[in-house]
Design a protein around this ligand. Sequence first.
Ligand SMILES: *Cc1c(COP(=O)(O)O)cnc(C)c1O
Length: 447
Amino acid sequence: MKTIIEPFRIKSVEPIRMTTRKERKAVLKAAGWNLFKINAEDIIIDFLTDSGTGAMSSEQWAGIMRGDESYAGARSWHRFRERVEELTGFRHVIPTHQGRAAERILFSCLNLPGKIVVSNTHFDTTRANVQYLGGTAIDIPVPEARDPRSQLPFKGNIDLDRLREVLADNKLEVACVILTVTNNSGGGQPASMENIRSAAELCHEFGTPFYLDSCRFAENAFFIKKREEGFADRSVESIAREMFRLADGATFSAKKDGMANIGGFLAANDDNLARHEEELLILTEGFPTYGGLAGRDLEAIAIGLREVVEEDYLNYRIASTRYLGMGLLKAGIPIVEPPGGHAIYVDAGAFLPHVPPQQFPGHAVACAFFHEGGIRGCEIGSLMFDNQALLELYRMAIPRRMYTQSHIDYVVEVAQVVAKKKDRLKGFRVVEAPPQLRHFSARLEPL
Ligand SMILES: *Cc1c(COP(=O)(O)O)cnc(C)c1O
């Protein structure tokens, strides 16, 4: 069969309130043209993020009831640890309330002042934690990662020549290398097993710890199965296990491929480091058998970590993201190609050449999708990063197991309307904004 159906039935529904174009215009004005200030009640399709927004399965909800809330040594903790150990093979597993807590604890224990952390691309909280703790974050993706049109199968790879140069440079002290799989800030593009293995070998040659930022490990493993020679007959579970076993440790946000609404973990093989990490965990997150989570959350994550490697699910997941990407391309809207795992990124700079970066073309696209169809996505460009932005993008991140094909067909129809009106879309100016992270709270005005 050619049709890839959603491999689940719907048991519980959450109504979507339909709005009119006129209502949405008023909502936009009242929110100061900032989509972060719009209530969920006023959104038809919410693509703001795929983080913690997915639908849990009936098994996960059953697990929520089974959750053991004992302070120490709860049954849910054991089920969580067993699943993470089986999947990753790491000696030490430390639960955290979300991914950034794992990052903060890891980087606190690596003693960062004066040192650098190297990545294909640091996610924004990862970069912020490195810098806050006195380190310097360096991104060295393969050069093609910066070109939205290039069609590499593994555009999330780290540049191995540059990595060798950085590791061999005696003037630089590298605290660790952390490879983001898939590369979220780089368009949700995967890294190949060959690249992960070579990066790990290089790190070990120079005695540098090699970590995975493994938020989307299952989507990455599925791309390896589909695109890398020699993996077609392997299970996603076995590919994921191999990825983790190349690393010395990992950070993880369970809000992504944990299929849960909250949670995360930090894992490591180094006994000394893990002891420090647990001490810090007790100080700021909680006892090492719950780490700031409820027992029921640990239970939901343990189950989610099994469901996420199911190939029917991943096949649907990756196909549906691609389906949206192809729909936008057909509507004449340029995107970062090839479509990634969890999101489609509109190349707003190319789509609206008449809107210069200082007038936020990504934001103009974001407002147009909301105005025309009640769709909420997120600008990733000069509004978010000021003059540090590489590209002017509009991201549509797809929550897991949440929307059906007809929802996506609706989004594509809205995209066709936006494409027809593109010459009339105007840029924006900031009316008022805080100095840091202005995109969350700025008030804007169309020009
Ligand atoms: C979401 C994310 C994080 C941070 O995780 P939170 O659970 O949001 O704190 C880190 N790295 C990547 C690649 C992410 O996508």
